[in-house]
Design a protein around this ligand. Sequence first.
Ligand SMILES: CC(C)(COP(=O)(O)OP(=O)(O)OC[C@H]1O[C@@H](n2cnc3c(N)ncnc32)[C@H](O)[C@@H]1OP(=O)(O)O)[C@@H](O)C(=O)NCCC(=O)NCCS
Length: 200
Amino acid sequence: MSEFQFVYPTPTEVLEQHPLHPHLNVFRPAHKQHSALVGITALEEGSVGTVLCDGQVVCYATLHPPDRYQRFGEATVEGILELGAVESAPEFRAQRLARRLLDVMMPPESFQENIIIATLYHWHYDLENTGLSTYAYRRLLEKLYSRVGFVVMKTDDPEIISYPGNALMVRMGSEVREELQAEFERLRFLRSTRGLDLSR
Ligand SMILES: CC(C)(COP(=O)(O)OP(=O)(O)OC[C@H]1O[C@@H](n2cnc3c(N)ncnc32)[C@H](O)[C@@H]1OP(=O)(O)O)[C@@H](O)C(=O)NCCC(=O)NCCS
């Protein structure tokens, strides 16, 4: 039987030597996603967890600062990270690879000074391969992420609240500085703090 190797953080050169399984294509074609992952390993605050099997990556998860074009990327205080893509090749699903990889990446004592967000967008859900409904899929992800300390939090981000199958999940470290916490709260309810909704 093939052996699985859980690697975190995956060094750039290890990732360069291991192509992605060709069916890791939910977010973009596997070769393009591979380049994107290599790019993340080169970021100061970026890291990638991988499950290697027979010379290929069969499951991965990314951690990086939120993209600048999304609201949490506007933060003026450092320390917010995003659990970005998590993906297992369809042939390797339901073998606890994603679950075990997240355990390796985020043991309870890790990232205590950080706020890690995970945005659940229904347009990323692979309903076709899993056969799950949107809500069952959201529950699957909530359970998967809650095992490593994430909780669902409210926000007024239109991208999230536009559809009930979406959600914001947050892993709040126990040593998060007050100014980071305040900045996070400001961004979580940006429409209210900017006064956009209050007078209407
Ligand atoms: C979500 C995803 C990463 C899970 O990967 P995985 O390696 O199959 O996950 P695991 O085997 O660790 O299973 C995690 C949980 O999901 C459950 N699960 C996995 N596939 C399932 C399915 N088809 N139906 C029902 N439950 C399922 C498992 O039973 C497990 O729950 P448990 O801990 O209660 O036993 C995978 O389905 C995937 O790549 N999906 C496409 C990309 C995506 O949606 N990523 C998440 C958003 S970025």
